[in-house]
Design a binder for this molecule. Structure first.
Ligand code: GLN
Length: 528
């Protein structure tokens, strides 16, 4: 068995028992990245030198019998939406193509304190807006199961790198499904924790009432391991909740007795792919064989979830993204960012080359440039935003600005907030009857790159099953539960009441003890 095929949990045991060294593990993953990422393109930057130095340091500290953190020597990849001190944090956008935050996100600081080896930053849809990774300003990531298909998004790079065994663990963010959707499409496990469970300090904001950071791993156990380090109160994030963090990686082995599962009636209607439906139903039968009872529950307002989300998320985005004015930080029209320093890693150079060789994808229309020529400041703002943001981000900013404007605010934004409450009540009622809600995580398996690029509505509808957890704040998880006839992975969506991550993980672990979907890996060329 290749070192990189181990789950994070097994790898940690090998590291802790001294059977392998952190440097060997790091080298093995870097070699995988070197060979595989040419095709998958999951990484925006690989920090080979820094990661190796860190791994060496951990090995030395282990030799010297110094205390080590809970993830000592395990490589972890970070979605490029997380601030890393002094290192590029692009958010998949030209706007931040040369942004080096002066501080670490809290989750990054926690990972460092846990002695994880931060191996690189992963590709994503620009500002986390999208579900396919095609909105990255740099290049799309490819699904390791079929390189012609999308990995899902917006944390597609993080999901693809774990699926392709280029990192045992990765961190993502989920505003409307961005951890669960790519986990499902790439055949790995991924969790969006409860809103407030993980600090968002240093997460570049998309929609602040919905954003949440969470783990990716091959298995539920791996997610538990990582969540344990990510979760916890942080005074720097006023929305983070002060509650003890359970020992997820230990309690996960306790099976859930008398588990009551709910199937959402509204989630098995039109648009659900046949292969997805049969895999999900088969998964439910597995749970039944393990003693679970199943009943149908209703979320009567679920038909409004996508519409509600696509009002609230753009409204918050239009406010959050107002800060990119070309002055405070980020891209400024007409001014080249500072060149990269040495040792920034292979992918940084790639971004740089891509950025430098591409003409502005969104030039101002002819004539526009002169109409405000008298006001160079306004022109600079306009040009910076016109050139720095991609089409989808602009679409969201316009939708959000419109929905928040005087005269429309009540009709759109306030109405959406009211429906959000109704959706929350639907879930509360459902959870009076069941312990976990199960269903499909996406309506179809991975689609072809380019297939939906000109159809934003089709893209938005893809989020049908996932946005509910963000609107209500509850935790949700995707675990592999089968394959389509074309050999594409299918994800099972589990949702639990607020702060019941433990229940979610135990439920997922139970399933993974009885099935082997989570052990399947894509065969990438270099193995043949
Ligand atoms: N696909 C959704 C969107 O485009 C979700 C994105 C996310 O969770 N970050 O908004």
């Amino acid at each position: 068995m290749h070192l990189t095929d181990h789950s994070a949990t097994d790898l940690l045991a090998l590291l802790n028992s001294g059977q392998v060294k952190a440097v060997e593990v790091c080298q093995a993953y870097l070699a995988r990245i070197e060979r595989r990422d040419r095709a998958v393109k999951a990484f925006l930057q690989v920090n080979a030198a820094a990661a190796l130095a860190r791994a060496e340091q951990i090995d030395r500290r282990r030799r010297e019998k110094q205390p080590l953190g809970p993830l000592a020597g395990l490589p972890v990849a970070l979605k490029d939406v997380l601030c890393t001190e002094g290192e590029l944090t692009t958010c998949g956008s030209r706007m931040l193509e040369s942004f080096r935050p002066p501080y670490d996100a809290t989750v990054v600081a926690r990972l460092k304190a846990a002695d994880a080896v931060l191996i690189g930053k992963t590709n994503m849809d620009e500002f986390a807006m999208g579900g396919s990774n095609e909105n990255s300003a740099f290049f799309p990531t490819h699904n390791p199961w079929d390189l012609d298909r999308v990995p899902g998004g917006s944390s597609g790079g993080s999901a693809a790198c774990v699926a392709a065994r280029m990192a045992p663990l990765a961190v993502g963010s989920d505003t409307g499904g961005s951890i669960r959707c790519p986990a499902g499409l790439c055949g790995i496990s991924g969790m969006k924790p409860t809103y407030g469970r993980v600090s968002r300090y240093g997460l570049v904001a998309f929609a602040s009432s919905l954003d949440q950071i969470g783990p990716f791993g091959q298995t539920a156990e791996d997610c538990a391991l990582l969540l344990e380090v990510l979760a916890g109160h942080d005074p720097k994030d006023s929305t983070s909740i002060d509650r003890p963090v359970p020992k997820y990686s230990q309690t996960i082995r306790q099976p859930l007795q008398g588990l009551r599962l709910g199937l959402v009636r509204e989630h098995f209607g039109d648009g659900l792919d046949g292969d997805v439906e049969s895999s999900v139903r088969e998964a439910v039968r597995v749970y039944q064989s393990l003693g679970a009872t199943v009943r149908e529950v209703s979320l009567p307002h679920s038909n409004y979830a996508v519409a509600t989300y696509y009002i609230i998320a753009p409204c918050e985005a239009s406010s959050n993204l107002a800060r990119y004015d070309g002055v405070h930080y980020g891209y400024r029209s007409g001014i080249s960012p500072l060149p990269l320093g040495e040792g920034q890693g292979v992918r940084a150079t790639r971004i740089w080359t891509v950025a430098a060789n591409h003409p502005h994808p969104n030039p101002l229309p002819k004539g526009e440039e002169t109409d405000r020529a008298d006001n160079a400041l306004v022109q600079m703002y306009r040009r910076s935003r016109a050139e720095g943001f991609g089409a989808e981000v602009k679409r969201r900013i316009m939708l959000g600005t419109y929905a928040l404007s005087a005269g429309y605010y009540e009709a759109y934004y306030q109405k959406a907030l009211k429906v959000r409450r109704l959706i929350r009540q639907d879930f509360d009622r459902a959870f009076e009857e069941v312990d976990l809600i199960v269903g499909p995580v996406t309506p179809t398996p991975a689609f072809k790159l380019g297939e939906r690029i000109d159809d934003p509505l089709a893209m938005y509808l893809f989020d049908l099953y996932t946005v509910g957890a963000n609107l209500t704040g509850i935790p949700g998880m995707s675990i592999p539960c089968g394959f389509s006839a074309a050999g594409l992975p299918i994800g099972l969506h589990l949702q639990a009441p607020p702060f019941e991550e433990e229940r979610l993980l135990r439920g997922a672990y139970m399933f993974q003890q009885a099935t082997d979907w989570h052990t399947k890996k894509p065969e990438l060329e270099e193995e043949n």
